[in-house]
Ligand binder design. Structure first.
Ligand SMILES: [Zn+2]
Length: 82
């Protein structure tokens, strides 16, 4: 019974910059009010998905300016997600 030992070698290119693949964290995509932290919309790749009510949704492009329905603060979001 031959026992090939080939899994003991550590791959040199296994973990070099592998964290920069896809930031799919939902928290980073949420657009919240700067005052009351109410969720105003969700960032997408091509625009902003706004949800004002249960049946009212809007998809707009950047920059986005919206008034918080909770406290009335005017919020603005640019395309840069940083
Ligand atoms: Zn607010």
């Amino acid at each position: 019974m031959p026992t090939p030992i080939q899994s003991s070698q550590p791959g040199p290119l296994s973990r070099s910059g592998a964290e920069n693949t896809k930031p799919t964290a939902t928290a980073n995509r949420e657009w919240r009010c700067t005052r009351c932290q109410k969720l105003l919309g969700v960032r997408q790749d091509t625009g902003m998905h706004l949800r004002f009510a249960r049946a009212h949704e809007y998809f707009v492009g950047f920059p986005v300016v919206a008034t918080c329905r909770g406290c009335g603060t005017l919020n603005q979001a640019a395309s840069t997600a940083r």
